[in-house]
Design a protein around this ligand. Structure first.
Ligand SMILES: Cc1cc2nc3c(=O)[nH]c(=O)nc-3n(C[C@H](O)[C@H](O)[C@H](O)COP(=O)(O)OP(=O)(O)OC[C@H]3O[C@@H](n4cnc5c(N)ncnc54)[C@H](O)[C@@H]3O)c2cc1C
Length: 185
């Protein structure tokens, strides 16, 4: 297939296709409870240390993050680790759940029905890589969103559209341009 533009938006797996990208896979655990008979919370709760965990050191960390789901479950997060397999690791899950219970003691009474992991695409400066890939004409990068890729997805789409169509800039693309890391081919 031929195309004038190709968008590389494969999350943390972008390094499989372009290994020189400055992206590290940062594992996270999440847990979900059984459906609650009545809502415990109506909105997301997050500890202020969450940002420290998100942008902090290479060490494994946990930060309290609780989100009600529309079906009545509670989503409990989350952890951050570099250099780890995709396996669920019970010691860090225990730390994550203890942290959650320390903020919301009522959680102790709920049944966790599933625990899983995912990988965030972490960049050295914490900013995503959105825009033309240096040295690869026609390739637009849209990756490196770490733990904010869902929240920022609409803005990412607008930036990608700006780069592909040359449309008037709604968002300043400069901070996210990949060329400040100069990934080689
Ligand atoms: C534990 C955890 C908690 C998180 N919590 C939040 C949160 O509360 N809020 C938030 O905004 N973000 C959160 N995130 C981050 C968010 O999930 C990511 O930033 C976001 O999913 C990135 O979106 P993406 O489309 O770039 O990549 P992805 O969602 O990873 O999608 C990439 C897609 O590309 C596919 N793919 C990979 N390789 C290929 C290939 N070679 N060919 C074709 N397809 C391919 C994959 O199968 C996948 O479907 C969390 C992440 C984790 C791990």
């Amino acid at each position: 297939m031929e195309a004038t533009h190709v968008v590389l938006a494969t999350g943390a797996d972008a390094i499989k296709l372009l290994p020189t990208l400055p992206i590290r896979k940062r594992k996270g655990h999440l847990a979900i409870t059984d459906r609650l008979p009545r809502p415990l919370i109506r909105h997301q709760l997050i500890e202020t240390g969450y940002l420290q965990s998100a942008h902090g050191s290479d060490h494994a960390s946990v930060a309290f993050n609780l989100q009600p789901r529309s079906a009545g479950q509670l989503l409990i997060g989350s952890s951050r680790q570099f250099e780890s397999s995709g396996e669920v690791e019970l010691p860090i899950v225990k730390r994550m759940l203890e942290q959650a219970v320390s903020y919301v003691p009522a959680l102790r009474d709920f049944l966790v029905t599933r625990i899983w992991t995912g990988f965030r695409a972490a960049t050295p400066d914490g900013l995503p890589l959105i825009g033309p890939c240096p040295n690869v004409p026609g390739l637009i990068l849209a990756t490196g969103h770490e733990g904010l890729g869902i929240t920022t997805s609409l803005a990412t789409a607008k930036l990608v559209r700006q780069h592909v169509t040359g449309a008037k800039a709604e968002i300043d693309p400069t901070p996210y341009l990949p060329d400040h890391f100069s990934p080689a081919t």
